[in-house]
Write a protein that binds this ligand. Structure first.
Ligand code: HEC
Length: 225
Protein backbone atom coordinates (compact mmCIF):
# COMPACT_ATOMS: atom_id res chain seq x y z
CA UNK A 1 0.00 0.00 0.00
CA UNK A 2 1.29 3.39 -0.82
CA UNK A 3 0.59 6.09 1.80
CA UNK A 4 -0.73 9.38 0.67
CA UNK A 5 1.97 12.08 1.42
CA UNK A 6 -0.77 14.44 2.55
CA UNK A 7 -1.85 11.85 5.11
CA UNK A 8 1.76 11.50 6.41
CA UNK A 9 2.18 15.28 6.78
CA UNK A 10 -1.09 15.39 8.72
CA UNK A 11 0.10 12.72 11.17
CA UNK A 12 3.46 14.45 11.67
CA UNK A 13 1.67 17.77 12.27
CA UNK A 14 -0.66 16.21 14.80
CA UNK A 15 2.28 14.64 16.69
CA UNK A 16 4.12 17.96 16.76
CA UNK A 17 1.07 19.79 18.03
CA UNK A 18 0.41 17.21 20.75
CA UNK A 19 4.04 17.41 21.90
CA UNK A 20 3.83 21.14 22.51
CA UNK A 21 3.09 22.66 25.84
CA UNK A 22 2.49 26.24 26.89
CA UNK A 23 4.96 25.83 29.81
CA UNK A 24 8.38 27.07 28.66
CA UNK A 25 10.11 24.77 31.15
CA UNK A 26 8.32 21.67 29.91
CA UNK A 27 10.05 19.38 27.45
CA UNK A 28 6.61 18.62 25.98
CA UNK A 29 5.19 15.16 25.59
CA UNK A 30 7.31 12.70 27.52
CA UNK A 31 7.56 9.10 26.58
CA UNK A 32 8.51 7.20 29.77
CA UNK A 33 8.98 10.23 32.05
CA UNK A 34 10.99 8.24 34.65
CA UNK A 35 13.83 8.13 32.17
CA UNK A 36 13.81 11.90 31.71
CA UNK A 37 13.70 12.61 35.39
CA UNK A 38 15.54 9.95 37.30
CA UNK A 39 15.29 10.44 41.04
CA UNK A 40 18.60 12.05 42.05
CA UNK A 41 18.70 11.50 45.79
CA UNK A 42 20.44 13.98 48.02
CA UNK A 43 20.79 13.88 51.77
CA UNK A 44 18.43 15.96 53.92
CA UNK A 45 15.91 16.53 51.12
CA UNK A 46 12.59 14.74 51.03
CA UNK A 47 11.89 14.21 47.37
CA UNK A 48 8.42 13.02 48.15
CA UNK A 49 6.16 12.34 45.24
CA UNK A 50 7.05 12.77 41.59
CA UNK A 51 5.68 16.15 40.51
CA UNK A 52 4.82 14.66 37.15
CA UNK A 53 2.05 12.69 38.79
CA UNK A 54 1.20 14.80 41.83
CA UNK A 55 1.63 18.38 40.70
CA UNK A 56 4.36 20.89 41.33
CA UNK A 57 2.98 22.55 44.45
CA UNK A 58 2.76 19.32 46.49
CA UNK A 59 6.23 18.25 45.35
CA UNK A 60 7.66 21.67 46.13
CA UNK A 61 6.17 21.63 49.64
CA UNK A 62 7.63 18.19 50.25
CA UNK A 63 11.03 19.23 49.01
CA UNK A 64 11.08 22.16 51.42
CA UNK A 65 10.52 19.78 54.36
CA UNK A 66 13.72 18.41 55.88
CA UNK A 67 13.80 14.66 56.21
CA UNK A 68 16.87 13.86 58.31
CA UNK A 69 16.68 15.79 61.56
CA UNK A 70 19.04 16.59 64.39
CA UNK A 71 18.84 14.00 67.14
CA UNK A 72 16.97 14.95 70.31
CA UNK A 73 19.19 16.64 72.87
CA UNK A 74 20.84 14.10 75.13
CA UNK A 75 20.83 11.37 72.48
CA UNK A 76 23.77 9.02 72.87
CA UNK A 77 25.25 7.59 69.67
CA UNK A 78 24.76 3.86 69.23
CA UNK A 79 27.73 1.54 69.59
CA UNK A 80 27.43 -2.14 68.79
CA UNK A 81 30.22 -3.05 71.20
CA UNK A 82 29.11 -2.59 74.79
CA UNK A 83 32.65 -1.62 75.80
CA UNK A 84 32.63 1.23 73.27
CA UNK A 85 29.22 2.56 74.36
CA UNK A 86 30.79 4.08 77.50
CA UNK A 87 32.86 6.38 75.30
CA UNK A 88 29.73 7.83 73.72
CA UNK A 89 28.38 9.19 76.97
CA UNK A 90 28.92 12.92 77.35
CA UNK A 91 31.74 14.19 79.59
CA UNK A 92 29.63 15.63 82.41
CA UNK A 93 32.17 18.13 83.80
CA UNK A 94 31.78 21.66 82.40
CA UNK A 95 34.57 24.02 81.42
CA UNK A 96 34.60 25.84 84.76
CA UNK A 97 37.03 25.77 87.72
CA UNK A 98 34.45 23.66 89.60
CA UNK A 99 34.10 21.27 86.63
CA UNK A 100 37.88 20.94 86.51
CA UNK A 101 38.07 20.22 90.25
CA UNK A 102 35.29 17.69 90.12
CA UNK A 103 36.74 15.93 87.05
CA UNK A 104 39.98 15.52 88.98
CA UNK A 105 38.15 13.78 91.83
CA UNK A 106 35.61 11.71 89.91
CA UNK A 107 36.55 11.09 86.28
CA UNK A 108 38.44 7.88 85.68
CA UNK A 109 39.68 6.25 82.53
CA UNK A 110 37.65 3.28 81.31
CA UNK A 111 40.87 2.01 79.70
CA UNK A 112 43.27 -0.03 81.84
CA UNK A 113 46.88 1.13 81.65
CA UNK A 114 48.93 -1.50 79.86
CA UNK A 115 51.98 -1.26 77.67
CA UNK A 116 49.72 -1.69 74.64
CA UNK A 117 47.39 1.20 75.55
CA UNK A 118 50.36 3.43 76.43
CA UNK A 119 51.80 2.62 73.01
CA UNK A 120 48.47 3.54 71.35
CA UNK A 121 48.42 6.79 73.34
CA UNK A 122 51.95 7.60 72.25
CA UNK A 123 50.92 7.37 68.59
CA UNK A 124 48.24 10.03 69.20
CA UNK A 125 50.59 12.12 71.34
CA UNK A 126 53.23 12.14 68.60
CA UNK A 127 50.70 13.67 66.22
CA UNK A 128 48.80 16.15 68.43
CA UNK A 129 50.90 17.05 71.46
CA UNK A 130 54.60 16.53 70.80
CA UNK A 131 55.08 19.83 68.96
CA UNK A 132 54.49 21.77 72.20
CA UNK A 133 55.03 19.29 75.03
CA UNK A 134 58.10 17.59 73.55
CA UNK A 135 58.85 13.89 73.02
CA UNK A 136 59.31 13.22 76.76
CA UNK A 137 56.76 15.77 77.98
CA UNK A 138 59.40 18.22 79.16
CA UNK A 139 57.65 21.21 77.54
CA UNK A 140 60.38 21.55 74.92
CA UNK A 141 58.61 20.79 71.64
CA UNK A 142 59.72 22.44 68.41
CA UNK A 143 56.95 25.05 68.58
CA UNK A 144 58.37 26.14 71.92
CA UNK A 145 62.00 25.87 70.85
CA UNK A 146 61.61 27.66 67.53
CA UNK A 147 58.39 29.61 67.85
CA UNK A 148 58.99 31.61 70.99
CA UNK A 149 55.90 29.92 72.43
CA UNK A 150 55.32 29.76 76.22
CA UNK A 151 56.68 26.38 77.36
CA UNK A 152 54.18 24.05 79.01
CA UNK A 153 55.30 22.69 82.38
CA UNK A 154 57.02 19.26 82.37
CA UNK A 155 54.60 16.39 83.08
CA UNK A 156 56.96 14.89 85.64
CA UNK A 157 57.70 18.25 87.29
CA UNK A 158 56.17 19.42 90.57
CA UNK A 159 53.24 21.18 88.93
CA UNK A 160 51.88 18.28 86.86
CA UNK A 161 53.38 15.12 88.36
CA UNK A 162 50.27 14.37 90.39
CA UNK A 163 47.68 15.86 88.05
CA UNK A 164 44.77 13.36 88.16
CA UNK A 165 43.75 11.65 84.92
CA UNK A 166 40.31 13.31 85.00
CA UNK A 167 42.00 16.71 84.82
CA UNK A 168 44.28 15.59 82.01
CA UNK A 169 41.14 14.58 80.11
CA UNK A 170 39.50 17.91 81.03
CA UNK A 171 42.53 19.83 79.70
CA UNK A 172 42.51 17.89 76.41
CA UNK A 173 38.76 18.40 76.05
CA UNK A 174 38.53 22.13 76.83
CA UNK A 175 42.13 23.28 76.60
CA UNK A 176 43.97 24.93 79.47
CA UNK A 177 44.09 28.70 80.07
CA UNK A 178 44.98 30.55 76.87
CA UNK A 179 48.12 28.70 75.84
CA UNK A 180 46.60 25.29 75.14
CA UNK A 181 43.56 24.92 72.92
CA UNK A 182 40.77 22.34 73.04
CA UNK A 183 41.41 19.07 71.22
CA UNK A 184 37.77 17.99 71.34
CA UNK A 185 37.29 18.29 67.59
CA UNK A 186 40.41 16.26 66.79
CA UNK A 187 40.14 13.42 69.29
CA UNK A 188 37.12 11.37 70.29
CA UNK A 189 36.71 10.24 73.91
CA UNK A 190 38.49 6.95 73.35
CA UNK A 191 41.47 8.67 71.74
CA UNK A 192 41.57 11.22 74.57
CA UNK A 193 41.67 8.47 77.22
CA UNK A 194 44.39 6.70 75.25
CA UNK A 195 46.58 9.79 75.07
CA UNK A 196 45.95 10.26 78.81
CA UNK A 197 47.67 6.88 79.27
CA UNK A 198 50.79 8.19 77.62
CA UNK A 199 50.72 11.43 79.64
CA UNK A 200 50.48 9.30 82.82
CA UNK A 201 53.44 7.29 81.59
CA UNK A 202 55.43 10.52 81.11
CA UNK A 203 54.29 11.84 84.51
CA UNK A 204 55.86 8.72 85.91
CA UNK A 205 59.20 9.58 84.32
CA UNK A 206 58.68 7.60 81.11
CA UNK A 207 57.95 4.21 82.68
CA UNK A 208 55.00 2.07 83.70
CA UNK A 209 53.77 2.58 87.27
CA UNK A 210 55.67 0.25 89.60
CA UNK A 211 58.44 -0.16 87.05
CA UNK A 212 61.93 1.03 87.88
CA UNK A 213 64.27 2.80 85.52
CA UNK A 214 67.56 1.06 84.76
CA UNK A 215 69.32 3.51 87.10
CA UNK A 216 66.88 2.90 89.94
CA UNK A 217 67.30 -0.85 89.52
CA UNK A 218 71.07 -0.45 89.64
CA UNK A 219 70.83 1.75 92.75
CA UNK A 220 68.47 -0.70 94.48
CA UNK A 221 70.76 -3.62 93.63
CA UNK A 222 73.80 -1.71 94.91
CA UNK A 223 71.96 -0.91 98.15
CA UNK A 224 70.89 -4.51 98.67
CA UNK A 225 74.49 -5.71 98.43
C1 HEC B 1 49.91 24.58 71.07
C2 HEC B 1 50.71 23.91 72.05
C3 HEC B 1 50.08 22.75 72.78
C4 HEC B 1 49.54 21.60 72.26
C5 HEC B 1 49.41 21.22 70.79
C6 HEC B 1 49.13 20.81 73.38
N1 HEC B 1 49.39 21.45 74.55
FE1 HEC B 1 49.01 20.78 76.40
N2 HEC B 1 49.61 22.53 77.18
C7 HEC B 1 50.21 23.56 76.48
C8 HEC B 1 50.54 24.63 77.39
C9 HEC B 1 51.23 25.93 77.03
C10 HEC B 1 50.11 24.22 78.68
C11 HEC B 1 50.17 25.00 79.99
C12 HEC B 1 48.87 25.76 80.12
C13 HEC B 1 48.77 26.55 81.38
O1 HEC B 1 48.89 25.94 82.46
O2 HEC B 1 48.54 27.76 81.28
C14 HEC B 1 49.55 22.89 78.50
C15 HEC B 1 49.03 22.13 79.54
C16 HEC B 1 48.70 20.80 79.43
C17 HEC B 1 48.36 19.94 80.55
C18 HEC B 1 48.23 20.37 82.00
C19 HEC B 1 46.79 20.77 82.21
C20 HEC B 1 46.50 21.23 83.61
O3 HEC B 1 45.43 20.84 84.08
O4 HEC B 1 47.27 21.97 84.19
C21 HEC B 1 48.13 18.69 80.03
C22 HEC B 1 47.76 17.45 80.81
C23 HEC B 1 48.34 18.78 78.61
N3 HEC B 1 48.68 20.06 78.27
C24 HEC B 1 48.18 17.72 77.75
C25 HEC B 1 48.20 17.86 76.35
C26 HEC B 1 47.91 16.77 75.47
C27 HEC B 1 47.60 15.36 75.88
C28 HEC B 1 48.01 17.29 74.21
C29 HEC B 1 47.73 16.58 72.90
C30 HEC B 1 46.44 15.97 72.76
C31 HEC B 1 48.37 18.69 74.33
N4 HEC B 1 48.48 19.00 75.65
C32 HEC B 1 48.56 19.54 73.26
C33 HEC B 1 50.42 23.59 75.13
C34 HEC B 1 49.98 22.64 74.23
Amino acid sequence: MKLDPVFLVAIAGAALAAGCSSNADSPGLEYMPDMYRSPAIEAYVDYGQDPYYFGDSLARAQRATSSARLPVEGTIPFADQEADAAFNFPFPYPNTPEGYDQAGKEAHSPIPMTEATVEQGKKIYDVFCIQCHGAKGQGDGTVVAKGNYPPPPAYDGNQLKNLPEGQIFHAITYGRNIAMGSHASQLNHKERWLVVQYVKYLQNGGKMPGEQTAMETAAATAQAQ
